[in-house]
Design a protein around this ligand. Structure first.
Ligand code: DHB
Ligand code: FE
Length: 279
């Protein structure tokens, strides 16, 4: 059966991709941020995954506000990086893990989830940036991807508890998939940020630092919070953090926190990363 070899959590701020496009990753502003990912990249090389499950939200690029699925799953053979308004970025297309995707969709529906199933769709910075942070800028991506979109853009967003339940189904799907794929799960978004309204610019460093340890060692605390708690604690866009719960619930109750990194601000965001292994 396929196996889960680890889980990572990471921010997906679009300006990280722009910094890489412009070769700014060695500048004083960006170097401390990118340096913190070296350990994560080395871990990923050593872990040799075949598939990356990437849990992210679209930002009005592939879904607009006229039709917003609460959960969507890609079952395509290929995903193109979407043009977010500045032209197509010079990164390779993503090969889809279509068979595993269909198996996951089956398990979701059996478990009373009702995802939107996407045969053809592009992927925005929510998926692109985490892939670049952990796999660099290769000629071709070394893994296939299984994209999962979670609505964190337009209310009502799903509850943290529902994201947690989805993570359990994800685990069951991977562990019942006939094959020998090594699967890494990537929860993306956050950490604290608010891009709009009266609290625009809000960052909660203390809550961010607590999150990086707590998501590993005390995740029930974050599973049980309300959506309003997320917005209050992490900002309206920081509520993207509910997507890390899908990753965390797919791991063992006890995990080892192998790497973590925090840098703020990256753009207007508290940027963080963890690497988790099952204990
Ligand atoms: C920013 C952060 C995000 O997560 C995002 O999707 C877009 C912008 C930012 O801080 O600029
Ligand atoms: Fe985002």
């Amino acid at each position: 059966m396929a196996q889960i070899i680890g889980g990572v959590g990471t921010s997906h701020v679009p300006s990280i991709g722009v910094a890489l496009d412009k070769g700014l990753d060695g500048t004083p502003d960006w170097k401390p941020f990118f340096d913190g990912y070296e350990a994560g990249k080395a871990w990923m090389r050593a872990a040799r995954p075949d598939v990356a499950v990437v849990i992210f939200n679209d930002h009005g690029n592939s879904f607009f506000l006229d039709r917003v699925p609460t959960f969507a799953v890609g079952v395509a053979d290929r995903y193109r990086p979407v043009d977010e308004g500045w032209g197509r970025r010079a990164i390779p297309d993503f090969e889809g893990a279509a068979e595993l995707s269909w198996h996951f969709v089956d398990k979701l529906v059996e478990s009373h989830f009702d995802p939107l199933v996407c045969r053809e769709i592009d992927v925005d910075h929510g998926l692109q940036v985490p892939m670049e942070l952990f796999f660099g800028r290769p000629e071709a991506w070394p893994v296939k991807v299984l994209p999962i979109w979670v609505n964190t853009i337009q209310y009502p967003i799903p509850t943290p508890q529902r994201c947690w339940e989805m993570g359990k189904v994800l685990r069951a799907a991977i562990e019942s998939f006939p094959g020998d794929e090594r699967v890494v799960i990537m929860g993306t978004g956050g950490l604290s940020h608010q891009l709009q309204g009266r609290r625009a610019g809000f960052i909660n460093r203390e809550a961010d630092l607590a999150w990086l340890d707590g998501i590993a060692n005390d995740p029930g605390r974050y599973r049980d919070m309300s959506r309003e708690d997320y917005v209050e604690t992490f900002g309206s866009e920081g509520a993207e953090l509910i997507m890390w719960l899908v990753m965390r619930a797919a791991m063992n109750p006890e995990v080892k926190l192998v790497h973590k990194h925090y840098h703020a601000p990256a753009s207007m965001t508290g940027a963080g990363m963890v690497v988790l292994e099952n204990a």
